[in-house]
Design a protein around this ligand. Structure first.
Ligand code: CUA
Length: 370
């Protein structure tokens, strides 16, 4: 009787100690066994946090999203090599620790007090817990320092590009070639290119996962890094430092050309804008020069000489509008010119009150600026 008596008493006691709010709730019997439901709390939170974190990470993966584990350049090769080294070390450590825990559980003799009294195992703790980790971490540190130095010391090269961050686009200049462009960076395959990075407004960060590591663009300061592509292709980069409302729509594309294609690109970019050969394009050029476009954009060879926005001299050859916000098609460009705020709210370009005829002519002209 004495063994059975506490059971109803305990249950009654649980009810009396419960808060009035919970006790008064309909279906309160769900809370009748607090000792069983309590451990589920932290476990459930752990599942939610880990599961949510994994889902968020995986949501960022896709066939079109560039991965640092798919390197196409010598800088990214080092990053991926270091990543895999750390991954395999972690995997081995995890496997060894799991096996040791399972062996300890399987071969456990006696209760905790007996084990503590018996002692032993100090050698395993010193070797496995101090000496081995010290050796592994020192080795990883040395390898990391070696890679860090290789990634930050600029390679010897005769090709330099100045990249300037703006809210929210990238200005790209080749000072020795006299080229000014935006949001696309052409490089020759197999040749290192020195990048001089700075910002006109806030801190941005240049990151092209398949080619190189992140480097910040800081106002009033120039950071130097380098990029070298091992294969031709178009590599998407992304501003990697939160810089305001449209940080996510601040993409840059590095286009790695075979050497002869790169030379042709340079020769073309050095030229002023193509002449407006037909009447429609000529009207488009006039619309650009007479409207507020000319106050912010430069088209070399015309009277448009603004420097607040991207240089449009060879705009027609670019892949996207608004730093990756939209593919460069006449339809998208029309929508962008009329009111880019609907696509990229907060950007510096105001809506353009053009007549439909002016807009059509301007689109025809801009898309011809190859
Ligand atoms: Cu620029 Cu984030």
């Amino acid at each position: 009787m004495t063994l059975q008596a506490p059971r109803p008493g305990r249950r009654a006691g649980t009810h009396t100690t419960r808060s009035p709010r919970r006790a008064g709730r309909p279906g309160g019997s769900r809370w009748g066994r607090p000792s069983a439901s309590r451990p589920a709390g932290p476990l459930r939170w752990a599942v939610v946090v880990v599961g949510g974190g994994l889902a968020t990470q995986l949501a960022g993966c896709g066939q079109t999203s560039p991965s640092a584990l798919d390197p196409h350049g010598s800088g990214a090769d080092r990053v991926a090599g270091l990543w895999w080294l750390l991954f395999w070390i972690s995997a081995v450590v995890f496997a060894v620790v799991t096996v040791l825990v399972l062996v300890a559980l399987a071969r456990r003799r006696g209760d905790r007090d007996t084990l503590v009294r018996r002692g032993g195992g100090e050698a395993l703790i010193v070797i496995g817990g101090v000496i081995v980790p010290a050796i592994v971490l020192t080795a990883v540190y040395v390898v990391g320092l070696r890679d860090l130095r290789a990634l930050t010391v600029p390679a010897h090269t005769d090709l330099t590009v100045e990249v300037t961050g703006h809210d929210w686009w990238w200005e790209v200049r080749y000072p020795d070639q006299g080229i000014v462009s935006a949001n696309e960076l052409h490089v020759p395959v197999g040749r290192p290119v020195r990048l001089l990075l700075t910002s006109r407004d806030v801190i941005h960060s240049f990151w092209v996962p398949q080619l190189t590591v992140k480097t910040d663009l800081i106002p009033g300061h120039t950071n130097t890094t380098w990029v070298q592509a091992s294969r031709p292709g178009t590599y998407r980069g992304q501003c990697a430092e939160y810089c305001g409302l449209q940080h996510a729509k601040m993409a840059i594309f590095v286009i790695a050309d075979p050497p002869d294609a790169f030379d042709r690109w340079v020769a073309n970019e050095r030229q002023p804008a193509v002449a407006a050969a037909d009447p429609v394009a000529a009207r488009g050029r006039l619309a650009l020069e007479r409207n507020s476009c000319a106050a912010c954009h430069t088209v070399r060879g015309t009277t448009a000489g603004g420097t607040l926005g991207p240089d449009l001299t060879h705009f027609g050859s670019r892949r996207t509008i608004g730093a990756g916000a939209l593919p460069n098609t006449p339809g998208n460009l029309g929508g962008w010119i009329v009111n880019s705020q609907t696509v990229k709210p907060g950007n510096r370009m105001p809506p353009q009150p053009l007549t439909p005829e002016e807009l059509q002519a301007l689109l025809a002209y801009l898309e011809r600026l190859k």
